[in-house]
Design a protein around this ligand. Structure first.
Ligand code: PSU
Ligand code: MN
Length: 307
């Protein structure tokens, strides 16, 4: 019999949570599926370093040998980053991975759930999963949305990638009672570009203001996530015209090859990387850095108490 897969929380993370020091959770599908080797491991380690430099304890979440881990070791991170065809694990996949003793990168959905269980309130990622184009017939909508409806965490993201149906994603976030904040912007960001073309429901100007919203959410005993939508720096965004052109091309390629379901996101991301000669990859890394830094500021504001 395989032993039950209990949640493992690294000592450093557990101690920081117990002491009320700032902790930021990071996901690992960005390592296993979002970025190519060897950039994936470098980016994962750099994100942890960024947090440490900001006085925040990093807690990268993933599945190692079937066990959900909050605070992966360097060796575990390297194994996830370097093993080909490692699993992408969303909430529904956790029991299968546990039973098989598999390794895997956790999606936003699974990461948010596991991080919250460990007692972490802030999570930084690149982009959220959302409603896929054509979802009205395929029903392909990320489990991230449903998870965010039921996990009281703060997630920093640069919106959702434009490979998705952005207006439909915002509609679903509204339906699911997820609070969406634009960080110093009125426009919901489009990941590679600062403006997806859709507005945000509310705008905030500072980490303290974000912390006030999170505290109010908790005081109201709401169980849903707050999404802090943080646009990439203007100097780092993909040129909006180029962005439109490469996106159309990637979508056409996916349709031609019949890519569907779980494989769609990684496929489209890889297509965009190829057709921008890796520039989309640089934007992806810049987006992630920006979100991790902002996550650190928010975690510090929350740990610092009301002001
Ligand atoms: N968006 C990105 N990069 C990613 C993902 C989303 O810009 O790597 C990953 C995240 O882990 C997210 C997951 O939770 O893809 C969503 O996948 P799906 O649509 O299959 O739920
Ligand atoms: Mn999907």
């Amino acid at each position: 019999m395989t032993p039950p897969a209990t949640l493992f929380v690294a000592d450093e993370v557990r101690d920081a949570i117990a002491a009320g020091r700032p902790v930021v959770a990071l996901e690992s599908t960005i390592i296993t599926h979002g970025l190519p080797r060897p950039r994936n491991l470098a980016t994962a380690l750099e994100a942890e370093e960024l947090l440490r430099d900001a006085g925040v304890v990093p807690a990268t979440v993933g599945v190692a040998g079937g066990r959900p881990v909050v605070g992966l070791s360097r060796a575990e991170l390297a194994r996830l980053a370097e093993t080909p065809d490692v699993a992408k694990i969303s909430v529904r996949d956790l029991p299968v991975a546990a039973a098989r003793g598999a390794d895997g990168g956790t999606t936003v959905a699974a990461t948010a759930l596991l991080a919250r269980r460990a007692g972490i309130g802030v999570f930084a990622t690149g982009g959220l999963g959302g409603v896929h184009r054509g979802a009205s017939t395929t029903f392909d909508e990320s489990a991230d949305l449903v998870a965010l409806a039921g996990v009281p965490i703060l997630v920093v993201s640069a919106g959702v990638k434009s490979i998705l149906d952005v207006p439909a994603t915002l509609e679903r976030l509204e339906t699911l009672n997820v609070t969406v904040l634009g960080y110093r912007t009125d426009a919901f960001p489009g990941f590679y570009v600062r403006d997806s073309g859709s507005p945000v429901p509310a705008r905030v100007e500072s980490p303290q203001e974000v912390a006030a919203v999170v505290r109010a959410r908790d005081a109201l005993d709401l169980r849903s996530a707050v999404v802090l939508a943080n646009p990439v720096a203007a100097s780092a965004q993909l040129d909006p015209d180029e962005h439109r052109a490469v996106l159309d091309q990637a979508l056409a390629e996916a349709a031609a090859r019949g890519v569907v379901g779980h494989d769609t996101t990684p496929f489209l991301l890889d297509q965009m990387r190829r057709s921008t000669e890796d520039r989309s990859l640089e934007v992806n890394v810049a987006v992630y850095r920006g979100n991790v830094s902002l996550g650190a500021e928010v975690a510090r504001a929350l740990a610092g108490g009301p002001n």
